[in-house]
Design a protein around this ligand. Structure first.
Ligand SMILES: Cc1cc2nc3c(=O)[nH]c(=O)nc-3n(C[C@H](O)[C@H](O)[C@H](O)COP(=O)(O)OP(=O)(O)OC[C@H]3O[C@@H](n4cnc5c(N)ncnc54)[C@H](O)[C@@H]3O)c2cc1C
Length: 378
């Protein structure tokens, strides 16, 4: 469900209101701006409110229009969020948004795709980790510039990035911005000393009166949290794929080691205890691969993957930790030694249960969806 779909829904509801004064309740299919068909839309009316319930890609959304104030609220229970907008805002900004998105893509995506500049995703703050909605970084509009003040924590690539996607609070809610790191007032702290993933730098960032052009707003003012959540949907799928790659490597390393290492005059792969560990790793790898590929297909088909990518993230990161633990066990003392890469995999895998939203947060997302759908998953 993207902004333009939402915009379309709101326009549809207004059109509907204008042409039907005595609305009861009925269902309809609508064509969204993506060309998708939105199913099971229902309209309710209780003056001055008109409400439309809809579902797209398994995601439920309620749009409520107050016809007296022209205010529109969009509730998305699966994202635990709601957005508020004025419908005339939406009409007037939509063309500008399309236009500026194209310009932003040309300017920034090319630099990121060629590797000329590194990007970083800046959402987390000291008091806004799992509860990222309560972020405090501010962006105030001053003439033709946004002035940004605040601090971000735990930002991957923060110290080496040239371009940031930054989430900050404006008068209208949480908004997304593109910030170039050579802008005065921006500072990256020293690299965090971490347990693992030492090839990746992580920094705290500070923004002190950082002035960026007005057109560096990403999407619509006040609707940035949806961008953050949709980015994380894809990020969690990517995280699952990365866990899968490591898991395959560990299966191969552990299998080869078990065939080479001899004890009691036999390769240790002769012993059932070791065979069972390999069998368990292989089964987890197969499960990981299945859910990653299935969800990636849905993503390519532009279906909503919020719940599935939460499951991918949860399962793959849990499974990888179990796999890394078994790999250390199969390697015995050598699994604990820095001479081999196994201990590094063991340390590196642990972060996957924490970043991109902790696994407890993923369980919450999945449970909410299951409860909403009465136990029917997809
Ligand atoms: C190496 C690394 C790289 C990172 N990279 C980035 C990045 O590039 N960009 C970015 O924006 N952020 C990044 N992060 C931040 C990361 O996403 C957060 O650390 C993570 O979301 C958890 O937030 P927190 O650390 O504040 O933990 P907290 O939110 O304080 O959580 C602590 C514990 O409480 C549990 N908990 C909290 N709330 C609930 C709840 N409602 N229900 C159940 N349990 C709950 C958590 O699951 C966890 O077990 C990175 C973090 C690390 C460590």
């Amino acid at each position: 469900m993207n902004l333009f779909t939402i915009k379309n829904c709101v326009l549809m509801i207004l059109l509907f209101f204008l042409s039907n004064t005595a609305i009861a309740q009925f269902s309809a299919d609508m064509i969204t701006t993506n060309g998708d068909i939105t199913k099971t839309s229902k309209f309710y009316s209780e003056k001055p409110y008109y409400r439309m319930d809809m579902e797209e890609g398994g995601q439920q959304m309620f749009v409520v229009v107050n016809t007296e104030t022209n205010n529109t609220r969009v509730f998305m229970p699966s994202q635990q969020m709601y957005m508020e907008m004025k419908s005339d805002d939406i009409q007037s900004t939509s063309n500008d948004v399309f236009q500026s998105l194209e310009e932003q893509k040309k300017k920034y995506l090319t630099q990121l795709a060629t590797g000329e500049k590194i990007g970083a995703f800046c959402l987390t703050e000291a008091q806004a980790g799992s509860d990222s909605f309560h972020l405090k970084t501010k962006a105030d509009l001053d003439g033709d510039e946004w002035v940004i003040n605040g601090e971000k924590l735990w930002i991957t690539n923060g110290g080496i990035a040239g371009i940031l996607s930054l989430f900050a609070r404006t008068e209208k809610g949480i908004s997304a911005f593109i910030v170039e790191t050579d802008t005065p007032g921006f500072k990256a702290g020293p690299a965090e000393k971490k347990m693992g993933i030492k090839g990746s730098t992580t920094n705290a960032l500070s923004f002190e009166n950082v002035r960026i052009p007005k057109e560096n707003l990403l999407g619509v003012d006040g609707r940035g949290f949806l961008i953050a959540m949709k980015t994380l949907d894809a990020g969690r799928l990517g995280l699952g794929a990365a866990c899968l790659g490591v898991a395959k490597e560990l299966l191969e390393l552990s299998t080869n080691y078990a065939k080479e290492r001899k004890q009691f005059d036999h390769p240790i792969s002769f012993f059932q205890a070791v065979q069972f560990m390999l069998a368990e790793i292989a089964t987890m790898v197969f499960n990981m691969e299945s859910i990653v590929y299935r969800t990636a297909t849905d993503y390519d088909l532009k279906k909503d993957i919020s719940t599935k990518s939460a499951m991918v993230k949860l399962y793959c990161s849990d499974a990888l930790d179990e796999i890394a633990d078994r790999a250390v066990q199969i390697h015995g003392g050598m699994g604990y030694s820095q001479e081999l890469s196994i201990e590094r995999f063991y340390r590196d895998s642990r972060i996957n249960r924490i970043f991109e939203g902790t696994n407890e947060i993923q369980k919450g997302i999945i449970a909410r969806d299951i409860l909403k759908k009465g136990g029917k998953i997809f």
